[in-house]
Design a binder for this molecule. Sequence first.
Ligand SMILES: Cc1cc2nc3c(=O)[nH]c(=O)nc-3n(C[C@H](O)[C@H](O)[C@H](O)COP(=O)(O)OP(=O)(O)OC[C@H]3O[C@@H](n4cnc5c(N)ncnc54)[C@H](O)[C@@H]3O)c2cc1C
Length: 320
Amino acid sequence: MDKINDLINKNVGDIYLKEPLSKHSSWRIGGPADVLIEPYNIEQIIEIIQYADLMKIPTAIIGNGTNLLFSDEGFRGIIVKLGNNFSRYTIKGEKVCAEAGIWTPKFAKILSDNGLSGLEHAIGIPGTLGGLIFMNGGSGGKCIGDIVKKIWVIDRNYNLISFSQKECDFSYRKSVFQDSGYIICKIELECEIGEKERIKSEMRNILNKRKNKFPLNYPNCGSVFLSNPVMNDTVAPPGKLIEEAGLKGYQIGGAQISEKHANFIVNLGNATAKDVISIAQYIRKIVYQRYGICLESEVKYLGELGSLRSLHEVGIIEKR
Ligand SMILES: Cc1cc2nc3c(=O)[nH]c(=O)nc-3n(C[C@H](O)[C@H](O)[C@H](O)COP(=O)(O)OP(=O)(O)OC[C@H]3O[C@@H](n4cnc5c(N)ncnc54)[C@H](O)[C@@H]3O)c2cc1C
């Protein structure tokens, strides 16, 4: 902790010490981070990362924590949260630019207010735009990558570099940014001029469908296991397989396979990361035994010491 005193005296954003990560997780799970910083601009992000590298302090970048499971032990280093403080945007005709921390549903609504079409499918996805790009998230067969024009990231040498849509190498829930160590900072999207009322009505329909389908009354992280169009067509989506295996309602500690949607693991109140990991492993085992299919998770697990892995790759909790 002594190591970060210098950083606290610098102007790098809002700083929180021993911050419970459960406050930054849609699962409401996670122990304390030594430090959590919410920077306001690119210069501050670079300053934090440069300092942490120099002092050999682990760092992790997060958005709204809606696709992340934090360790019960928290994080021994600096969490850099790109959220509200880093969420300015500009709109010039069909060209829109936003900082990575903007909340996706809010941005989708702003675009619809401006008669711009392209982000309707993301109206119910509760993370930041940076997180959405990282995951190439989307719904109803659409992905954010479809309308990306350009992305600016901070690379490992602390330079701000840009990626064209092609260079982002988007595919189903994948982008070049996963495993790259790059920090997504600014996003340019290419929207289409649309009819405001049509855009808004499509968004209302999407929100209604999601409300009926998803267990939104308990903390969760959205769909845990990856579905993809090929798997959907040839076998079934993961939720269907888990449901047919009779696992709805199955519980370990405070974590439960949702009664409403079997691809959701909900926190009934006191779930730990260990509960979620155990239940995810159990689901994978049963689905494999029954169907011979190895489910993969879209949720990432951030270990106490900084490792970032897909949830299905987590065996035992990270050792010191
Ligand atoms: C109720 C619910 C419904 C959901 N529905 C959907 C859905 O329909 N479709 C869908 O695709 N997803 C869905 N999700 C999952 C999630 O909301 C998305 O993946 C979202 O885009 C993640 O954004 P985030 O800001 O919360 O990212 P986080 O969870 O904070 O981070 C996710 C990953 O992105 C990385 N990351 C985040 N920001 C940056 C950045 N600026 N630079 C570099 N790396 C970064 C993190 O390190 C982490 O590995 C749902 C989640 C919930 C809780």
